[in-house]
Design a protein around this ligand. Structure first.
Ligand SMILES: [Mn+2]
Length: 394
């Protein structure tokens, strides 16, 4: 059996005030073509299909279009679970009616029975485990008294306890001789996080162990946006559809084509789909960057500038945008890298004179001592400020 594993589409995502819907449509068009070219038996989408619980209408229309092309057009079954960004109830609308067409949506924990596929070697059971807050899982686990749910009687019912319960239910539904796949949305310990994931838990790690999935042949995960295996080749994050933060510039995004053998062993092939516009960081002085785009074919990528200038700059973002239309943000990388903080402006400012403070500040920012000429400029400005203050006094 061969399937396509993907996750974290985050349809409707806004990147620095800019909608990424066209970029998402571009890459999903490639995903549909890949699924057809690779003749996959199913597409597994492991949560965070939308970026928000109430997604914008163009995101809903895009998902409708992509699922229709896969399920109706190409006759490829799709299993789709909710992630922590999705609204479980909204995602599940119409799902019982879609079932007969081959679209299996699992938003809430209402239907956890495995979805059965088969190939020449027998049955492959896909166990959908949509994301749910531990409190919801606890309520379901206490209803299902016959199921062994480790952690249910301890005080803290955290994500580990919740997933233990859900996996105990899934294990109970395994049939000997069948191969078993989990589709889940969780933070598995050992995985590397990125800047664009929303933490699952406040005041706790929200992490679960790889051992939670013992007994399953493949675990198709969503949540972490970096494509990666965790604790074994058969526990995989497909990663997000696109780079959703500047912390991901070095992460090639991909989807996974997973080939499952007769004995349940898997071979995972990551396929990069590319992007309509890349997310990159460019570094240099403002003058260098303003001169560079002629040599840069992709100057309309989504960019962050790291400016190495030490002198003050007038409206650098607007000037960069004149030549890089999608310059999203900038950072002054020289700030704070120069001086020795112990010697600088961190000493109690209330007992210091302005001249002394400015000297320390200058050294901190510029990494060198204040020169005589700069000292004169500062003294003049200070004198002018003080005289205007004394003039203003009644
Ligand atoms: Mn996500």
């Amino acid at each position: 059996m061969r399937f396509l594993h993907t996750s974290d589409w985050h349809l409707g995502r806004v990147f620095y005030n800019l909608s990424l819907i066209e970029d998402q449509a571009w890459v999903l068009d490639r995903l549909v073509k890949l699924a057809i070219d690779e003749r996959v038996d199913a597409v597994l989408i492991a949560g965070d299909v939308y970026d928000r619980a109430v997604p914008p209408t163009d995101a809903v229309a895009l998902l409708d279009d992509v699922l229709s092309r896969l399920v109706l057009g190409a006759r490829i079954p799709v299993v789709l679970i909710a992630g922590n960004h999705d609204s479980a109830d909204r995602l599940g609308f119409g799902s019982r009616m879609a079932e007969s067409a081959g679209l299996m949506i699992r938003g809430t924990l209402g239907r956890l029975a495995p979805i059965l596929f088969s190939d020449a070697h027998g049955v492959v059971a896909v166990h959908p485990v949509p994301y749910a807050e531990p409190a919801y899982v606890r309520a379901i686990a206490s209803d299902a008294q016959d199921v062994d749910a480790p952690g249910t009687d301890s005080g803290a019912f955290d994500h580990q306890a919740a997933m233990n319960s859900l996996m105990a239910m899934a294990r109970a539904q395994r049939v000997p001789g069948q191969r078993n796949i989990v589709v889940g949305h969780a933070f598995v310990a050992g995985g590397a996080a990125s800047d664009s994931e929303r933490p699952l838990s406040v005041g706790g790690s929200g992490m679960i162990s790889t051992a939670t999935f013992d007994g399953f042949d493949y675990v198709a995960l969503g949540h972490l946006h970096r494509p990666q295996a965790v604790g074994g080749e058969h526990i995989q994050y497909a990663g997000s559809l696109l780079k959703y933060s500047f912390n991901e510039v070095d992460q090639p995004k991909s989807v996974s084509i997973v080939e499952m053998a007769a004995d349940g062993r898997v071979q995972v092939k990551r396929v990069a789909l590319g992007a309509r516009r890349d997310v990159r960081i460019v570094r240099g002085t403002l003058a260098e960057l303003l001169a560079a785009p002629d040599r840069d074919a992709s100057h309309d990528d989504y960019l962050m500038a790291e400016l190495t200038d030490t002198a003050p700059l007038l409206d650098p973002l607007a000037r960069l945008r004149a030549v890089y239309p999608n310059m999203m943000t900038l950072q002054m990388v020289s700030i704070g890298q120069g001086g020795d903080a112990k010697m600088g402006a961190h000493i109690d400012h209330r007992v210091r004179q302005p001249e002394e403070l400015f000297k320390a500040f200058y050294r901190d920012v510029m990494g060198e001592a204040l020169g005589d000429a700069e000292q004169d400029v500062f003294n003049d400005a200070l004198r002018a400020l003080r005289s205007s203050e004394s003039d203003a006094k009644p």
